[in-house]
Ligand binder design. Structure first.
Ligand SMILES: C[S@@+](CC[C@H](N)C(=O)[O-])C[C@H]1O[C@@H](n2cnc3c(N)ncnc32)[C@H](O)[C@@H]1O
Length: 299
């Protein structure tokens, strides 16, 4: 199914509500299947075209902005296609170590985060979970490193035992979870005490307030809480038009206004409705690094 069958863009205006379901005009119960359909559409588009081997991320990326301190001091080559996305991963980790750890990436998409970690660190294991079957199929085929394994699964119901991982990462995915508290409880459950939850997403300020409140009353302490909205918008300014052109490379899609509207929503180029709603403060992109100090009391 193409993504334009999944989410009608008509009425995207005025739908920038509290939750992704509201924004997309679907009830919470339908949201997961709509999300699956949407990413199936993107994956089909990529596999039908010439970009399949190049696109390993579905996030908006991070670009350093003058006057705003970064948490990662290195630099990535300007010619690196996915440098904004990789930079977001490295900023998310900040001072957290990865060597020797069991890492779980929830909402792993096309596996770029785990591949970036495998290329730069020596983790013991790297596990990715995503609700989308075509993304998992892509991951299994594209990432040959034997330390990486990928499973289709739901962030709200992780199929791993208690205390399995030292580090859980979650990048630009939780905004699509209908029951986010279930996800937060699951992260607590699968983490070992002393392990870390490295979390970044685009949410409304009230949703971040809820995350802080819920997580700190359920076994976590906050090690870092950074507003990276300006960095993400800078990455959008630099990369979104290029990505739009790449995704619209096929003539049929370029001529399809429905698809073009969806891609604009997904990639949020400067001047788009979604970009504006972030710039005017209705949404924030933040990094939260949390350390698990106790088992969640509300399992
Ligand atoms: C914007 S993409 C980000 C993917 C990846 N983290 C990255 O940075 O490239 C959001 C991802 O979250 C996944 N997702 C959405 N809801 C999910 C759920 N309930 N459980 C697991 N994955 C989910 C989607 O399938 C999609 O791959």
């Amino acid at each position: 199914m193409n993504s334009h069958d999944a989410i009608p863009p008509a009425g995207l205006r005025d739908r920038l509500g509290d939750r992704l379901g509201d924004r997309l005009g679907v009830a919470p119960a339908q949201l997961k299947s709509r999300v699956i359909d949407f990413y199936n559409g993107l994956n089909t588009y990529l596999s039908d075209g010439s970009l399949d081997g190049y696109v390993q991320f579905f996030n908006w990326g991070y670009l350093p902005v003058e006057g705003r301190p970064d948490d990662w001091s290195g630099s990535l080559p300007a010619a690196m296609l996915d440098r904004h996305a990789v930079r977001l991963v490295l900023e998310l980790l900040g001072p957290l170590g990865v060597d020797g750890l069991d890492v779980l990436d929830v909402g792993c998409g096309r596996g770029g985060t785990l591949a970036a970690l495998a290329a730069r660190f020596s983790p013991r294991s790297l596990t990715g979970v995503d609700i989308n079957p075509t993304s998992i199929a892509h991951c299994r085929q594209a990432h040959a490193d034997p330390r990486l394994r990928f499973f289709q699964g739901d962030a709200e119901d992780l199929a791993f035992g208690d205390g399995t991982f030292d580090l859980v990462t979650n990048i630009e995915s939780s905004n699509a979870y209908p029951d986010i508290d279930r996800f937060y409880r699951e992260v607590n459950r699968v983490l070992r005490v002393g392990g870390h939850f490295a979390y970044t997403d685009l949410l409304q300020p009230a949703q971040f307030a809820h995350a802080r409140d819920f997580l700190t009353t359920n076994g976590f302490v906050i090690a870092a809480d950074r507003d990276i909205t300006a960095n993400v918008l800078a990455a959008r300014r630099e990369a979104a038009q290029v990505q739009l052109r790449a995704f619209n490379a096929q003539e049929a899609d370029a001529a399809d206004p429905t698809r073009a509207a969806l891609m604009s929503y997904f990639l949020a180029p400067e001047g788009s409705e979604f970009f504006d709603s972030i710039e005017d403060g209705r949404f924030e992109y933040r990094i939260l690094r949390l350390r698990k100090v106790a088992n969640c009391i509300e399992l």
